[in-house]
Design a protein around this ligand. Structure first.
Ligand SMILES: Nc1ncnc2c1ncn2[C@@H]1O[C@H](COP(=O)(O)OP(=O)(O)OP(=O)(O)O)[C@@H](O)[C@H]1O
Ligand SMILES: [Mg+2]
Length: 303
């Protein structure tokens, strides 16, 4: 099992619900997330940029915070002086929209870079309003790629191949995956060195994680020996509910130190940022959501 801080390997018994014996501290009203918090090192300034570390944000469950985390982790890494490229690998194009890029009107997107040998990622790259944060946009055109790639030579390595053109210019490439484990997601896992798994703190959140971990293992064995799970990120955390605290305790029991100590609280500020087309770090820079993603960036930089 390719988990950070767990050299001993797999044997993760994944719980699928919260039992009465679990999360005892959580049900006594203690906040298990707060109990894990340790001081984070200040990131070191960089004197030069690249080559990028590629990280995929992946979970086949929908609506768990993949896109929100891609945008806000990216924007936070930029605040620490890193150059960051965000890759929208979801035909829904939510990452592009969330950064104020009207991708549905674009003629050329990641689809063209993946499918046409004469189009490079540099041809489709967009600078966002946040200096140092660039975007490879996507729109519904990408949905055809899943089918068309099947007949390509080395179909799983297509994204890895096209990323070679831009890796030298960035410190991080973050890939926002669609909610599926199809060929596009396998492309992301093949191109990445790290995977961040956003996990919503609710009852069914752990269902399907075993399948995701299994897919990551297969990609590591067959296509990408460098791949490891950078961390599990608890999202939409509501300290007020016992249920949420219990789910979090279970996630920590299953994954130990692979769970980031930073948890992302549930707050209406995140849906607001989507409407604003901005990261929370610029839309509400002093909000707790912004500071949580800055903490996550510190953790990612310390890995
Ligand atoms: N911490 C949070 N608190 C409250 N709402 C949130 C939070 N994070 C994300 N959201 C909202 O939840 C919805 C789903 O989030 P997001 O789009 O990031 O998930 P996703 O995993 O990318 O979804 P999909 O699987 O559809 O791509 C969005 O409306 C977003 O604004
Ligand atoms: Mg998304």
């Amino acid at each position: 099992m390719a988990m950070r801080g767990d050299a001993a390997g797999p044997a993760v018994a994944l719980p699928t619900d919260t039992g009465p014996e679990m999360g005892a501290a959580a049900s006594r009203g203690l906040d298990p997330a707060r109990a894990r918090v340790r001081p984070l090192p200040e990131p070191r300034p960089l004197t030069q940029h690249g080559p990028a570390r590629v990280v995929a944000l992946c979970n086949q469950k929908g609506g768990v915070g993949k896109t929100t985390s891609t945008i806000n982790l990216g924007a936070s890494l930029v605040e620490y002086g890193r150059k960051v490229l965000l890759v929208d690998l979801d035909p829904q194009g939510a990452l592009s929209v969330g950064l104020g890029v009207p991708a549905q009107n674009l003629d050329r997107t990641i689809y063209n870079a993946l499918m046409e040998r004469r189009t490079s990622l540099k041809d489709v790259l967009v600078h966002t309003d946040v200096p140092g944060l660039d975007l490879i946009p996507s729109n519904i055109d990408l949905s055809a790629a899943e089918v068309q790639l099947v007949s390509e030579v080395a179909r799983e390595q297509t994204l890895l191949r096209v990323l070679a053109d831009v890796r030298a210019d960035y410190d991080y490439v973050l890939i926002d995956c669609q909610p599926s484990l199809g060929l596009l997601t396998v492309n992301a896992l093949t191109a990445a060195q790290g995977v961040i798994i956003p996990l919503e703190c609710e009852f069914f959140s752990l269902r399907g994680v075993a399948l995701l971990v299994d897919t990551i293992e297969k990609v590591k064995e067959r296509l990408n020996p460098d791949l490891e799970i950078s961390g599990i990120l608890a999202t939409m955390y509501d300290t007020r509910t016992v249920h949420c605290r219990e789910v979090f305790s279970r996630v920590v029991e299953a994954f130990g130190d692979t769970v980031f100590q930073t948890v992302i609280q549930r707050t209406v500020r995140f849906p607001e940022t989507t409407v604003a087309g901005q990261p929370i770090t610029t839309w509400a820079p002093t909000s707790s959501g912004a500071s949580a993603y800055r903490d996550l960036a510190k953790e990612v930089l310390a890995l």
